[in-house]
Design a protein around this ligand. Structure first.
Ligand SMILES: *Cc1c(COP(=O)(O)O)cnc(C)c1O
Length: 231
């Protein structure tokens, strides 16, 4: 069977986003799609860009840097993975949003990198809602107390939260994790007395459930680009 084009995949994804929004009375405009292009070629990125996507996510600084040089300048790049503190400067140079601020140390390193580059950086705080040992992120029971010191870092603007649900064949299993992040968002807004509007949650296997639970950013790789080629 001929693989579907990226444009066809995108059309189908948009229908699924609209249907998920419809089920819970949300406006599809409230859900931003980050095209996760890690492991995919600049040619595929161009194809996705021409199909109408403008925001792309990478999880390795080196790959991000290469692609910024090889892809259309209109693309907005976001950093979605675990960022090492010694790569912060390059990440701040190229990404306009960092999804996974997952430790005090990383937050401070990002803040310092921003100071050196005279930039402010929108960030999302990563929460390990499921508590899996292999996952990065603040524990749900510590994130609220971390919020004030993180918010005091002058160069970082906290826009909300990000999480990854545990891998599962059934998307429905992700629902309690997404719901927990939504509750944390509400508690955090009460604490700060300011909106933290973004919730980055939902990937290829569970984005519809994430939308039903309030995601404002979904991060899609496989459903859009197909499986990653071995590198
Ligand atoms: C790879 C990745 C995604 C996309 O995963 P798919 O299942 O391919 O859609 C989303 N978020 C993060 C943090 C990732 O590393």
């Amino acid at each position: 069977m001929k693989p579907m084009s990226i444009a066809e995949n995108l059309k189908h994804i948009r229908q699924r986003i609209a249907a998920a929004c419809d089920r819970v009375g949300r406006d599809p405009q409230e859900v931003a799609l980050v095209a996760v292009s890690k492991g995919h070629t600049p040619a595929s990125i161009l194809e996705a860009f021409e199909a109408g996507l403008t925001v792309f996510g990478e999880n390795k600084v080196q790959e991000l840097k290469l692609k910024v040089g090889q892809c259309p300048g209109e693309i907005r790049w976001e950093f979605i993975g675990h960022l090492q503190t010694n790569k912060c400067r390059e990440a701040v140079r190229h990404a306009r949003l960092v999804h996974g601020v997952n430790s005090d140390r990383l937050a401070k390193a990002l803040n310092t990198a921003c100071e050196k580059l005279s930039k402010t950086l929108p960030v999302l705080i990563e929460v390990n809602v499921s508590g899996e040992a292999a996952k990065y992120g603040f524990r749900p029971d510590e994130v609220l107390e971390k919020l004030l010191p993180l918010n005091a870092l002058d160069q970082l603007e906290i826009h909300g939260f990000m999480t990854m649900a545990p891998w599962s064949k059934a998307a429905e299993n992700a629902r309690p994790h997404f719901r927990r992040l939504k509750h944390l968002q509400q508690a955090a807004e009460d604490l700060l007395g300011a909106p933290l509007p973004e919730l980055s949650m939902g990937m290829s296997g569970d984005f519809e459930v994430a939308i039903e639970e309030g995601a404002t950013i979904i991060r899609l790789g496989t459903v859009l680009f197909g499986e990653q080629k071995r590198r």
